[in-house]
Ligand binder design. Structure first.
Ligand code: 3PG
Length: 211
């Protein structure tokens, strides 16, 4: 089916920030997901950029309250892997036509990425009303999304790429932003040293951004 707007809306409205996770150490998956969920960020995007990413999706999916999706989904094979891993949504940096074709064959919703009005309009023609704006800061940041709001008023965005706590506040004030994605909640040194208490604190700050 084309994007199930109700399904993706209900996932993306659970928290103001979606942690974008790049992780290969499977032993860190559960404590990381537990810290993020405890801090109020239950929606987790695990990027398919590491050899163990699919195992990490499976492990994080066992954490009570976690809503785990796959990220960096670029082709049909990765859509199939995402479905098999049990994830609940998928995110892509782009909206390539063959990717959208393949997404129509599965029920879990895809959040595809766009960077320009033409790309947003093309995705909208295919039935997508929720899109990722990527790479958000490099593409011009919040002023660009603000400029999209009137002419593309039926499209809602999740900006991702280069966002931190302060920038997130600005994006979340826009009427066409449902949530933001980012990795600032999970500093690499905190993951490596197992400082999940610090990650929980950062998640708690992020989860309070809207609410
Ligand atoms: C990514 O693709 O890695 C995400 O957009 C996260 O970006 P960030 O690390 O700049 O927050």
């Amino acid at each position: 089916m084309p994007q199930d707007a109700n399904a993706i809306r209900s996932i993306l409205s659970l928290a103001p920030v979606v942690p974008v996770i790049v992780l290969d150490d499977v032993s860190k998956a559960r404590p990381l997901a537990e810290a993020l969920v405890a801090g109020g960020l239950p929606v987790l995007e695990v990027t398919l950029r590491t050899p163990n990413a699919l195992k990490i999706i499976e492990e994080m999916g066992k954490v009570t309250g976690a809503i785990v999706g796959s990220g960096t989904v670029r082709n049909e094979a990765q859509i199939k892997q995402s479905v098999d891993s049990g994830c609940q949504f998928m995110v892509s940096p782009g909206a390539a036509p063959r990717l959208l074709d393949a997404a129509e064959d599965v029920t879990i919703p895809l959040l595809p990425g766009i960077g320009t009005p033409t790309e947003a309009m093309a995705a909208s023609e295919r039935g997508y009303s929720f899109l990722k704006f990527f790479p958000a800061e490099a593409m011009g940041g919040a002023p660009v999304l603000k400029a999209f709001a009137s002419p593309l008023s039926d499209i809602t965005f999740c900006p991702t790429g280069g966002i931190d706590m302060e920038k997130a506040k600005t994006y979340l004030k826009l009427p066409n932003v449902i949530c933001v994605g980012g990795s600032w909640i999970m500093p690499n040194d905190a993951i490596e040293s197992g400082d999940f208490a610090r990650i929980e604190t950062l998640a708690r700050e992020a989860s309070a951004l809207r609410g």
